[in-house]
Design a protein. Sequence first.
Length: 246
Amino acid sequence: MNDLSAQARWERRTQRPLLALAVAFALAYAVPIVVSPASRSLTVVCTATEWLVWGAFAVDYLMRLALTASRREFVRTHWMDLGAVVLPLLQPLRLLRMVSTLLLVGRRARMASQIRLTTYVAGAVVGLLMFGSLAVLSVERDSPRGNIRTLGDAVWWSFTTMTTVGYGDHAPTTGLGRVIAVGLMLSGIALLGVVTANIAAWFIARFEKDDVEERRQTEAIAALAEEVRLLRAEVARLAAVEEQRH
């Protein structure tokens, strides 16, 4: 119980600092892409910031693992956190660091009970739109056959891809760009499903609430009618008794 309490305290204390580091990672990832060509010193600083943020999330995972009561159960139920920590070590690609940081931010955000589903979905949409735009711009801008050359083109392409509209005026031409496109399409479909399910659940809960209120009112009316019937019977009985006396 003490271990669980220590783990919960650690998660509460590190929630906001880790989210702040995630914002720093977003800026470090975006600046070298938006500011093109970026100077070597700026690229080094941004790369170091990205690895620093990833390191902070890795330390956070290790601390939670150390504070938990059952380490085997923690690893089994938090396998996605472990995968996101290990992912950037497999190959030193900036895109892998971006994917792993998105996963870790999402996992840690889900642990905060004060974050509602709507807020989480909205944050996921904005994050995927931003990182998808930056990622596809970074791999498509220098492609000889690429037609995504500016940040505006990338944002428009990401929006149409996430909503599965796909106008076709902009499309990735590189293999990595198409991988990003598949990820955005699947993410867009998943988020759309979450939003649809949330709206449907809200309507169902609303209808159930109305049904409960209607049943309560019906039962109250039936009880009142029964009381009136009993009162009428009692009045009739008293009237009959009074007639017998006279």
